[in-house]
Design a protein around this ligand. Structure first.
Ligand code: UD2
Ligand code: MN
Length: 536
């Protein structure tokens, strides 16, 4: 079908191609588990085994092992993407996948999804870099891929971490474009053409697909978010998703098929011109194991004259895990922080102070020699971090202008104060006498109208909570986390219309707003010069 359509198209315009249409595997069984990206339910008798496997990889390996390596997936692209036409002579790509102790089935499904759902003339090679995995899997893998002509396997003689492993994979790549994927991905129909086309149009553009979610517990394939989001970072040097500012949405005519400029990338999934990557300095090879390299590359791309974009027509799924399942050769926190400090020291100019203020111990981290990276920045005549914030991450919130009010939040009648009590996420907000002291009582009313302690926000959404307030990760998108502090002292939750009440027990509760002293709250400090941000 696809071929005949393409033949027809080429008789009209020989320089164009349609999206590659994959065919079903010859032994396709629509009733097999996980097909069409559906959830896998583990039968009771396999639960113990599946729990054990979960610990090894931080996801449900049992589910992965029991699904087809060629399973079918839903098509989550906006419909306009489906009729797009691309140049016949798109450049080829080398796909680089690095891995350490990954489950064989998940890794192979990543490889097969690329082979099954990419036009064969666009895939030059798939380079697998085994980063010194310790589990027995190398030999079966070697044997398996012997039949896959385009797949090359490289094994590191020692543990390098994902950053140097990617450099090693890159050095084996020979196609004009290099595409990186994590080892637990599945690509969907039409994923490749928009990426290659954009890099082909402009070699200093680095493009990411839209990342869908492969559920870590069920392997269900679903959309990652319902809104128009792109990557940013916070002053803890963590990658975060954030709603696209309205200006950028307008340029793109409210979420159509056009690329979205993104201040940062998540890190694992992107396509880049091979020579351009070399010119801008690949990666910082002194970064170890995991973390930091995604922000470093993002800042570098923008500050040194490139662009970073997300293509809404390219959809790739990724298993997001809640834990890092593998060991770090040295202390994990120290390793990640060292990578972050190298990033801050090379690229963030004076703004690095905000990072050190948030995490003072970062000042004392031995981050090694950065001379080469500073020379690179000079050689490439890269712009300042201020330029990046002014022109790219225009909706950044600087820490000194992040709160409208801050401190203990007091109910004067009872002299009780809100306290997150250092509770884990998903727990309920608590109370304690205001005379107590503690970081967990220092709460901000942020410029995004959240009530937050660090990155934990007061969320009113859970109908099971009996009116209590749940502590959840801040998502910066308003919704269930949007509050307003009224002149009369009330803290009103926008979506439910309810007010925060001191209650009668150990937790504050949401109640219909009334003129009662139990709904009056005051903050230690108010900052009248800091204005709330419009979310969109
Ligand atoms: C995200 C990125 C990841 C990387 C990381 C920050 C996505 C979807 N994922 O974390 O690519 O940018 O942020 O560093 O954007 N690996 C090795 N050697 C190691 C450790 C990891 O080869 O020592 C492999 C690992 O098997 C996997 C890849 O590197 O294939 C990424 O690691 P991850 O999946 O644990 O990272 P993730 O998705 O949490
Ligand atoms: Mn990953």
């Amino acid at each position: 079908m696809a071929d005949s359509n393409n033949t027809l198209l080429q008789s009209i315009n020989p320089n164009k191609r349609l999206i590659f249409q994959p065919t079903l595997p010859h032994n396709f069984n629509p009733n097999a588990i996980g097909e069409n990206g559906e959830s896998v339910i583990v039968p009771d008798k396999a639960k113990a085994e599946s729990d054990k496997l979960f610990k090894n990889h931080g996801f449900n390996q049992w589910a992965s092992d029991h699904m087809s390596l060629h399973r079918t997936l839903p098509d989550l692209r906006p419909s306009l993407c489906k009729s797009q036409v691309f140049p016949k002579d798109l450049p080829q790509t080398s796909v680089v996948i690095v891995f350490h102790n990954e489950a064989l089935s998940t890794l192979l499904r990543t490889v097969h999804s690329v082979l099954d759902r990419s036009a064969p003339d666009l895939i030059h090679q798939i380079i697998l870099v085994d980063d010194f995995s310790s589990i027995k899997g190398h030999d079966p893998l070697k044997k398996y891929i012997a039949d896959l002509k385009k797949v090359i396997l490289v094994r590191n003689p020692k543990r390098e971490g994902l950053i140097r492993s990617r450099i090693i994979g890159y050095s084996r790549a020979t196609a004009p474009i290099v595409t990186f994927l994590d080892a637990h991905c599945e690509v969907t129909i039409g994923w490749l053409e928009p990426l290659l086309d954009r890099v082909h149009q402009n070699r200093s553009v680095v493009v990411c697909p839209e990342i869908d979610v492969i559920d870590d517990k069920t392997f269900q394939y679903r959309a990652g978010s319902s809104g128009d989001i792109r990557g940013v970072f916070n002053w803890d040097m963590k990658f975060r998703w954030r709603l696209t500012p309205s200006q950028e949405q307008k340029r793109r005519n409210n979420y159509n098929v056009l690329f979205a400029r993104s201040p940062t990338m998540a890190g694992g999934l992107f396509a880049i011109d091979r020579q351009y990557f070399q010119e801008i300095g690949l990666y910082d090879s002194q970064m170890d194991i995991w973390g930091g390299e995604n922000l470093e590359l993002s800042f570098r791309i923008w500050q040194c004259g490139g662009q970073l974009e997300i293509m809404p027509c390219s959809h790739v799924g990724h298993v997001f895990r809640n834990v890092i399942p593998y060991k770090f050769p040295k202390d994990a926190g120290l390793t990640i922080n060292k990578n972050s400090v190298r990033t801050a020291e090379v690229w963030m100019d004076g703004y690095k102070e905000f990072v050190y203020q948030r995490q003072p111990y970062m000042r004392n981290i031995h981050f090694g020699n950065i001379t080469e990276r500073l020379e690179l920045r000079k050689k490439l005549q890269c712009k300042s971090f201020k330029w990046y914030l002014d022109h790219v991450f225009t909706d950044v919130i600087l820490p000194n202008e992040s709160a409208i009010a801050k401190g203990k939040v007091r109910n004067p009648e009872s002299e009780m104060c809100l306290n997150t009590l250092g509770r884990p996420k998903h727990a309920f907000l608590g109370l304690s006498p205001c005379a107590h002291e503690g970081k967990t009582m220092i709460i901000s009313l942020t410029v995004l109208n959240e009530l937050a302690m660090d990155e934990v926000c007061f969320d009113v959404s859970d109908h099971q909570s009996g009116g209590k307030i749940t502590l959840l990760d801040c998502h910066s998108m308003g919704g269930n986390q949007f509050w307003s502090h009224k002149k009369n002292g009330k803290l009103q939750h926008r979506d439910s219309g309810l007010c925060l009440d001191r209650g009668t027990g150990i937790n504050p509760v949401m109640q219909p707003c009334k003129d009662v002293p139990s709904q009056i709250w005051t903050f230690d400090n108010y900052y009248p010069n800091v204005k709330p941000r419009k979310l969109n």
